[in-house]
Design a protein. Structure first.
Length: 290
């Protein structure tokens, strides 16, 4: 728990991320995502409770816990008068593991930071360049744990792809990733499991596949000629979204078999099924419908 005066930013949060897992930590702005990450890094102290990183208590043994982490903050705070190269060097010196020059160079190339960029003071960097530098800093010592707070915010689409490739490589190498994001398509793409915060409270934890299976599928039915509306005895697992003379759109919960059975004898020209998306479930939780 974390309380700021009368405001409870994070309530009783009981959460475990398995080694080698990419865990998506979701929630609207102000839900408590960044506060949770800062408690893991001992930048904030919890009002009650404790946290561990690979067996190290984040408060009592904070130095050892942080040494295992590559951190990419949501708000980048480099010293503005340092060059990018110097900033990477300082952070490399703070890392417990040695940073290989060839590894740092590889990461800079993949994030499109050339020598001219690295030798410029950070005050001249754009938001996207600072984000790219932060990505290199987080990955350069090949930490066993990555804490990433809105990591692709401010990156252009090409650099987002480059970042996802870095993440895929880290995942393949067994790195544990705790990724806070509000970009649901990003979470759907890279995560194994998600947790959803609402008003500081964990309201959902589940594997991505399981979350998708709980979402309804949207079915668009097109007819060869106008037909009457759906019958009153429509199956309860089907929700009518839109009805036109020659087209119905329905939402099917579970199997679409009842949809197909209900269309028997009608002049169906086409049936289009949109597979469930992570957004369909998560947005319901955001709105408090779950």
């Amino acid at each position: 728990m974390k309380r700021f005066g009368r405001l409870v930013a994070v309530r009783a949060l009981d959460l475990q991320v398995e080694p080698g897992q990419v865990f998506g930590f979701l929630g609207q702005n102000g839900a408590g995502k960044t506060t949770t990450i800062r408690m893991l890094l001992d930048l904030l102290r919890p009002t009650a409770g404790r946290a561990e990183i690979l067996g190290h208590d984040c408060q009592a043994d904070g130095l050892a816990a942080r040494a295992l982490v590559g951190y990419m903050p949501g708000e980048i705070g480099f010293y503005r008068d340092m060059t990018g190269r110097r900033a990477l060097g300082v952070l490399a010196e703070l890392a417990r593991g040695a940073v290989r020059a060839d590894r740092q160079r590889e990461l800079c190339e993949r994030m499109a930071l050339d020598d001219a960029d690295l030798d410029r003071p950070i005050r001249e960097y754009s938001t996207g360049m600072k984000r790219k530098l932060a990505a290199v800093a987080a990955f350069q010592h090949d930490p066993p744990v990555l804490l990433l707070d809105e990591p692709t915010e401010g990156l252009d689409p090409l650099m987002q792809e480059a970042f996802y490739e870095l993440l895929a490589d880290a995942r393949a190498g067994g790195t544990t990733v705790f990724l806070s994001s509000h970009v649901l398509s990003e979470v759907d793409r890279v995560c194994d499991r998600i947790g959803l915060l609402r008003a500081g409270e964990l309201v959902l934890t589940a594997p991505i596949g399981e979350v998708r299976r709980t979402a309804p599928r949207l079915v668009r039915v097109t007819f060869r000629r106008p037909v009457a509306g759906p019958p009153s005895a429509w199956p309860p697992s089907i929700e009518i979204v839109e009805v036109a003379a020659a087209r119905w759109i329905v939402r099917a919960y579970g199997s679409i078999g009842p949809v197909v059975e209900s269309l028997g004898g009608l002049p169906v020209a086409d049936l289009e099924v949109r597979e469930p998306r992570l957004e369909d479930v998560v947005m319901a939780y955001y709105r408090g419908q779950q």
